[in-house]
Write a protein of this length. Structure first.
Length: 600
């Protein structure tokens, strides 16, 4: 067939049209093969050591790009036709063959009508494989077929038709596949019944549509399920992103080095936890302004929360932001520019200002996003890697893009946050989400829903919704990054809201302008005020079972949810009560609206 050149946005090559995804182009249904099929000469390599340290050995490559209209010589990525089975929009003929017209491959039927992709495909329940439904086999199987010799031995492959029967309404019973050779027909209502395909003898082929048959090492034992071709569950991308910032050593690591270098440290180690060790540890702690427990932990050789390799991408980002917040106006240039601002002396509700320990106006930041792999059907299915190349010894290639943008960083007061989350009612409220997360096998990829994470995550959503009115950016263009972890020596408590674009010049400055404390504080108050009234109240505020897998408490589309592409947890782990308070729980910022609304 003549090659079709079609433009996709660069970001769409990661999600939703990345490796393994189905994309509709000019009436054709195509699927993107893995990166082993890419021509690496035209896929430039992207550098981001922090991201590769998380992914492991590999190479980050950006899909080829071009300016203007696509021509014959424009470099592009290959796509496979899927599903192969199509029906003619004029005569209803079903076929998986491609015709020829004037010596060229054509997508037209002999009658002159265009072939249209079939609406249903088959995926296996746990293996993340996808394949065509073999319509000829399916049409000649089913209950009672074994008694009809004509149907069983029919070989009239060109007599298959896909019909919509007007006298059966608009449901699946009106959609039928009929063989005019033997007269047998079946409706789609039989296709979607649980266990229908295995009962008809249709099995998973154990590979992706673009992979050769030789790629199958072992047969797939998972049953097939018929699904709509465009269903969102057919493709669940596993993305990972990192901010390209200078790696900073967490404060706990620096403190551990200072402790080890102290003249009395060997005495603590020698006494091995005895009474003298506690006394000497107290001396060291007073001199270095750290806790005595930290000195004893270092002497015992315990993990202080980080080592030479940072435990998580967010650890290094948090340390870098803290360094920038203490530096005031940032004149360093480069791809990570943050002006540190304080809130001292600022007018506004003290119950809010007292909880904020610093504001960062992120004037420029570089983000690298990569596609690690994908799943089909549900989040418990096997993950298919983005690179399925036959040579496993070579470094895999990950599709990636780089974006430049701006943002707002908020650091919260650790002492007040720790005091709040220690309250029994707060712990009990967050414990609901913690237990549900532990009960779901796939939910381990989500952050620990401790009180500070749920509260700051919800506040980030509320602020994104308010910024969409004031910044000039749509809500879907804003992203969040939540730093909220109390289980490490370097406790984190902050949020980053940013926007990024593929252009190397970055974005337009509408967001960073609102990061000035005198503009940001009123926006925070307005965001809290918006969340205090939900169109679904009182049902929403009194609920503790909302969202996907019931991983939200008091949070719905009327008050707290944003575009799923903006949320790092897919609109999960949200609760307004932990921000604004409820009947049995004290909210982190519960007193703000009371103070603002107080007369005089």
């Amino acid at each position: 067939m003549e090659k079709i050149k079609h433009d996709l946005r660069l970001s769409e090559m990661i999600s939703p049209f990345g490796v393994g995804a189905i994309v509709d182009v000019r009436g054709e249904s195509l699927i993107a093969p893995d990166t082993s099929w890419w021509d690496k000469r035209f896929a430039p390599e992207i550098s981001c050591e922090r991201l590769l340290a998380r992914l492991g050995a590999g190479v980050l490559r950006q899909p080829p790009t071009h300016a203007g209209h696509a021509g014959k010589d424009t470099q592009a990525l290959p796509y496979w036709r899927f599903p192969a089975w199509r029906f003619c929009e004029r005569c209803d003929r079903l076929s998986k063959l491609t015709g020829r017209k004037k010596g060229r491959w054509s997508n037209t039927c002999d009658c002159g009508g265009l072939f249209v992709p079939m609406r249903y495909v088959a995926i296996c329940e746990k293996g993340s494989h996808i394949q065509d439904v073999h319509w000829f086999q399916w049409a000649h199987r089913g209950r009672g077929v074994e008694l009809n010799e004509t149907v069983r031995f029919c070989r009239d492959y060109k007599a298959l038709r896909f019909r919509k029967l007007a006298d059966r309404g608009e449901g699946l019973t009106a959609l039928t596949v009929k063989c005019y050779g033997c007269g047998n027909s079946r409706s789609f209502a039989e296709l979607v019944i649980k266990g229908a395909l295995p009962r008809d003898g249709l099995r998973c082929i154990g590979r992706q549509p673009w992979e050769p048959e030789s790629a199958v090492k072992e047969p797939c034992s998972h049953p097939l399920v018929a699904v709509q071709r465009g269903a969102t569950g057919n493709y669940i991308a596993e993305r990972i992103s990192a901010l390209d910032i200078p790696e900073e050593r967490p404060r706990s690591v620096e403190a551990a080095d200072r402790i080890r270098g102290h003249i009395f440290f060997e005495k603590v180690v020698t006494d091995n936890g005895g009474p003298q060790a506690e006394m000497v540890a107290g001396w060291i702690a007073d001199e270095l302004e750290v806790a005595p427990e930290t000195v004893l932990a270092v002497a015992a050789g315990e993990d202080t929360g980080a080592d030479g390799m940072l435990l998580d991408l967010k650890d290094g980002e948090w340390a870098a932001f803290l360094k920038k917040l203490g530096g005031g106006r940032d004149r360093t240039g480069g791809d990570f520019v943050v002006d540190g601002r304080g809130v001292e002396g600022l007018e506004g509700p003290q119950s809010l200002l007292g909880n904020i320990d610093g504001v960062g106006q992120v004037r420029r930041v570089r983000e690298v996003r990569a596609l690690r792999g994908f799943q089909r059907g549900n989040a418990e299915a096997a993950r298919i890697n983005a690179d399925l190349g036959p040579d496993r010894r070579r470094q895999p290639t990950y599709p990636a893009i780089e974006l430049f943008g701006e943002g707002i960083f908020l650091r919260f007061d650790e002492r007040k946050l720790a005091e709040w989350e220690a309250k029994p009612g707060v712990q009990a409220r967050a414990g609901i989400l913690r237990r549900r997360r532990e009960a779901l096998p796939w939910a381990g990829r989500l952050d620990e829903p401790e009180p500070r994470y749920v509260a700051l995550h919800t506040l980030a959503h509320l602020l994104i919704r308010r910024l969409a009115f004031a910044s000039g950016y749509a809500s879907a263009a804003l992203q969040e990054r939540i730093y909220a972890n109390s289980n490490r020596m370097d406790k984190t408590a902050g949020i980053l809201i940013y926007t990024a674009a593929g252009d190397a010049q970055g974005t337009l400055g509408g967001l960073v302008r609102l990061g000035a404390p005198d503009k940001l504080i009123p926006l925070l108050v307005a965001a809290l005020d918006d969340a205090d009234f939900c169109s679904n109240d009182p049902v929403c505020i009194e609920s503790d079972r909302q969202g996907a897998s019931q991983l939200n408490l008091s949070a719905c589309h009327g008050c707290s949810l944003v575009s799923e592409t903006s949320c790092e947890a897919g609109n999960r782990l949200l609760d307004r009560q932990l921000v604004l308070g409820g009947r049995d729980v004290k909210g982190l910022l519960e007193d703000v609206l009371t103070e603002v609304r107080r007369p005089g």
